[in-house]
Design a protein around this ligand. Structure first.
Ligand SMILES: C[S@@+](CC[C@H](N)C(=O)[O-])C[C@H]1O[C@@H](n2cnc3c(N)ncnc32)[C@H](O)[C@@H]1O
Ligand code: SF4
Length: 485
């Protein structure tokens, strides 16, 4: 954007609109990932080359496609791809395909160290208790699993039985993430999810009993939600002592029921801002520390809180006593999203797997990588992506950015920082750029402003080459690699 006035005008135009967070996919949104028939040999060779220049570790995501049916469809709000669960045979069959996809990557990943594992979806706790060791064995078919790495499994409250939690723990999983969204049994009905608050607390008690760290996802900005119900939920979850709580603003988009039929019942963006402010204050007063706009963790509990999987997304290039390390993300399975970043100087690729299960299966049967489409980073796109990710941690290290890219991040986006500083949403110091006050809530708006010129350029290019953007059933969202936009 040209000058301060242009940024102010942009903010004014957008600040009352619904926000869409960019936690995982950063820049550019997957709507710009237009390369189909990706040259996977080239993608993998590029990754091999970069791993000779910089040590690489892998942050592994393993997806499960299936979800219990709901009315309305997809819980009314969900923008992740998923398939309807009809029975256990689907899971057995799927595990077989997962192994076959692993076979395609085994040689490529030989000797690669894993940094963390996240079993997401869809609903990864639909497996029976004795299938969790099998899931870990599928991973062992490709990687050695180092002792003590973080292994998370994500699921829904009503299918976390005590036996399953034991099966998970015994198989080496050491963290669960439970999608609760709402504790209020009446509000949750809007989503068609058949879970109860009692199941949520029972699961957390079981986790405590077997010393399995747990994280709870809640959503604010829900249809008909009031501040009072939000505070009651937060206090009730915090009172369990759970080590990690995510408190997401609801993304409303696509053809979901909430977007088509419930807009009139949704709080406004300004109501959401108030929910964000109050939610943060409540969680902090209950002993939680804010680590991202949505993540709050307890550092004083008996079970240590960490969420390395997401932390490595925020900081995929790091440095230790042996030199630089790059953390690539491999999204294995249906709808998996991978980031093979290359090096800062020679950026790599992002790609996503098929989001239709039959297509995922048929590619694998034909011996093809089950990739749907992807994006080849340019240096400017990689810089924006990493900036988006680092901003999730609410602060950017200017010196590290300069060392990595040879550019000062403040010079690069001077007018945007200046305008946001003027609004009291950002603080620029000699060493850092830090989000302040409501700036944390408005991070998606800041990210959109930072990438505005580049996205316009991409749009113009797409229009002139008239590339058709494939229609996707998806959106941007927080956890799990399967979400989009
Ligand atoms: C895609 S779900 C997968 C886990 C599990 N199936 C569930 O429903 O909890 C992971 C998390 O994404 C978040 N999520 C999904 N759709 C969202 C949306 N439209 N807005 C905000 N968060 C969303 C929810 O908090 C959810 O817990
Ligand atoms: S919110 Fe979870 S259970 Fe509901 S459709 Fe999305 S992934 Fe499936």
């Amino acid at each position: 954007m040209r000058d301060l006035q242009a940024v102010f005008a942009f903010v004014e135009k957008h600040r009352r609109r619904r926000q869409s967070n960019k936690v995982l996919h950063g820049h550019p949104s997957p709507v710009h990932w237009l390369e189909q028939d990706l040259p996977m040999d080239e993608v993998l060779q590029a990754r091999q080359r970069s791993s000779r220049q910089i040590r690489k570790r892998v942050n592994l995501y393993v997806g499960t496609p299936y979800c219990l049916p709901t009315d309305p469809d997809r819980c009314g709000f969900c923008l992740f791809p998923s398939e309807i669960y009809t029975g256990h045979r689907q899971l057995d069959e799927y595990l077989g395909y997962l192994e076959r996809e692993g076979d395609m990557f085994r040689d490529h990943f030989a000797g690669t160290e894993l940094a963390s594992i996240y079993f997401g979806g869809g609903t990864s706790n639909l497996y029976k208790a004795d299938q969790y060791p099998r899931l870990m064995d599928v991973v062992r078919g490709v990687f050695e699993i180092p002792p003590h790495i973080e292994v998370t499994l994500e699921g829904i409250p009503q299918t976390f039985s005590h036996d399953k939690l034991l099966g998970m723990k015994q198989s080496g999983m050491n963290r669960i993430s439970m999608g609760v969204q709402q504790l209020d049994n009446e509000l949750i009905k809007a989503s068609g999810r058949k879970q109860t608050a009692e199941q949520v607390f029972r699961t957390l008690e079981s986790c405590d009993a077997i010393r399995l760290p747990a994280s709870v996802d809640l959503i604010f900005g829900w249809p008909n939600q009031t501040l009072a119900t939000m505070v009651r939920d937060l206090e009730a979850v915090a009172a369990t002592g759970v080590t990690h709580i995510t408190h997401y603003e609801l993304n409303v988009a696509g053809r979901t029921d909430f977007s088509r039929n419930r807009r009139g019942e949704l709080p406004t963006t300004e109501d959401n801002l108030e929910m964000y402010r109050v939610g943060k204050a409540v969680l902090e007063s209950c002993g939680y520390t804010q680590v991202t706009p949505y993540d709050f963790e307890r550092r004083d509990g008996a079970l240590a809180s960490s969420y390395l999987y997401e932390e490595l997304f925020r900081q995929p290039f790091q440095q230790d006593e042996h030199g630089p390390i790059g953390f690539d993300a491999w999204g294995w399975g249906y709808a998996g999203i991978s980031f093979f970043f290359g090096t800062p100087q020679s950026p790599g690729w992002a790609f996503m797997n098929q989001v239709r299960i039959e297509e995922y299966f048929s590619r694998i049967r034909n011996g093809q990588f089950p990739v749907m489409r992807g994006f080849h980073y340019s240096p400017v796109d990689l810089r924006l992506h990493l900036l988006f990710q680092e901003l999730q941690g609410m602060s950017v290290d200017r010196e590290a950015y300069r060392k990595r890219f040879g550019i000062d991040v403040v010079d690069e986006h001077r007018v945007v920082w200046a305008a946001f500083e003027d609004l009291g949403w950002v603080e620029v110091s000699r060493d850092r750029v830090t989000l302040t006050g409501d700036g944390v809530f408005y991070l998606p708006l800041l990210q959109t402003a930072l990438a505005h010129d580049r996205c316009e350029q991409m749009r113009r290019k797409q229009a002139s080459t008239s590339v058709a953007v494939p229609v996707l059933p998806l959106v941007a969202s927080p956890v799990g690699a399967g979400s989009l936009v």
